[in-house]
Write a protein that binds this ligand. Structure first.
Ligand code: HEM
Ligand code: HEM
Length: 340
């Protein structure tokens, strides 16, 4: 914890050069996207397991608070991706590090340039929605209530990680050799080198996947079109006849090209790469600020490992599942109850 205080005070004291601020922005944007991803994978799985809950989750995405969050999310993904590419390229060609300040400015400028047209297009979808006299928006109290279980879940996950770490400390006390377990290996170990490379390689692979996903969900269609009845998706003839978010996901996941469910494959790759990258990044951050206590530090590592495994399992099972007509009927009933 004292290292967290130190990081904040030192950043403010130096009023960091751009390099310092870009490090802070990279960290905050990465954390914001991990938080969103955690909620997002869990609620996307409801389209298979609890259709009524999924209907509510998408209705929550369409409220003003989440619309503001959606703009922030896009900004975070764009900045983090471009800055991540800068880090990876400079690491690959260390001779270029002397241009790193200029590169940091280029990343900032390129992010702004990219975000201007994207925000204009997204804003067009928001205006269309609010100009529609038939729009239906959930009350703010419902939005808060729907997020409470996630907040409790995150706190419980951290407590469970620390408790598990405590139990581990009692039944398997630490030996004094510096390489006795994977968490105590010195920096530069093979294990850490693997993660260092993974963060860079996965970053390159995530860029097209996540940008493609966001283009489909924000720019081409927009979050409000997920529940637009009879909406014909771009380039295909898939029609969402019931206008439910559950049918929207069913149509995408059942869409076949040459007998292959292409969007399921796309989402599997997106899920695996982003969850492992994001939770390993979360591990970097949490262990940076808990270096003072072995118990808490190890607890944070367990929280990240268990959190990533749960998300991979929940998201993976949903992607292998089937959304049938019964689920779509349940979604229609849920819409009728949500907006009587
Ligand atoms: C508000 C912004 C977003 C919306 C509205 C959205 C929408 C959706 C929808 C409708 C699906 C269902 C499947 C499909 O149609 O492909 C989905 C799945 C998925 N999205 Fe997003 N998405 C958003 C942002 C993101 C971001 C930023 C990421 C990555 C960091 C992401 C990662 C995923 C993953 C991994 C899946 C598969 C989930 C699973 O297996 O349960 N999404 N998204
Ligand atoms: C879009 C493409 C992306 C690229 C190019 C990228 C690149 C990177 C790079 C190079 C690092 C530094 C790793 C290190 O210091 O060893 C990093 C850290 C991180 N990334 Fe990403 N990333 C991307 C997407 C994501 C996504 C989707 C998430 C969330 C699910 C995420 C979350 C994080 C976190 C939390 C960190 C740790 C930050 C820190 O240590 O300060 N990244 N990323």
């Amino acid at each position: 914890m004292s290292s967290l205080v130190l990081t904040i005070t030192e950043t403010l004291r130096y009023r960091g050069a751009l390099g310092q601020w870009s490090w802070v922005l990279h960290r905050i944007s990465g954390l914001g996207v991990v938080l969103f991803l955690t909620l997002h994978v869990i609620d996307t799985s409801w389209s298979v397991f609890y259709p009524a809950l999924y209907v509510k989750a998408i209705a929550v995405y369409q409220t003003p608070l989440f619309t503001i969050g959606e703009f922030a999310l896009i900004a975070a993904v764009v900045y983090h991706a471009l800055n991540g590419l800068r880090i990876a390229i400079l690491d690959y060609r260390p001779a270029l590090w002397r241009y790193q300040a200029r590169a940091a400015w280029i990343v900032l400028g390129a992010s702004v340039l990219l975000l201007i047209p994207v925000f204009i297009l997204m804003f067009g979808h928001v205006l269309n929605f609010y100009n529609d006299p038939e729009r239906r928006v959930l009350p703010f109290a419902d939005v808060l209530e729907s997020q409470l279980p996630f907040a409790v879940g995150i706190v419980l996950a951290v407590v469970a990680g620390v408790l598990y770490s405590g139990i581990h400390g009692v039944i398997a006390p630490r030996k004094e050799t510096p390489t006795d377990n994977m968490f105590r290996r010195p920096v530069g170990s093979r294990w850490e080198k693997f993660w260092w490379s993974y963060m860079r390689v996965s970053g390159f692979l995530i860029v097209p996947l996540v940008f493609g996903h966001l283009a489909m969900m924000h720019v081409i269609q927009g979050v409000f079109d997920i529940t637009a009845a009879d909406y014909v998706t771009v380039g295909t003839n898939v029609v969402n006849q019931t206008g439910t978010s559950v049918e929207f996901v069913a149509n995408r996941w059942n869409y076949l090209v040459g007998g292959i469910a292409v969007w399921r494959l796309y989402d599997i790759a997106l899920l695996a790469l982003t969850v492992i990258h994001g939770f390993n990044g979360l591990r970097y951050v949490l262990t940076d600020y808990t270096a003072d206590s072995t118990l808490i530090r190890r607890g944070m590592i367990y929280t990240c490992i268990i959190g990533a495994l749960i998300l991979l399992m929940v998201g993976g099972l949903a992607l292998l599942g089937t959304i049938d007509q019964t689920a779509i009927r349940m979604a229609e009933e849920a819409v009728a109850k949500l907006h009587p």
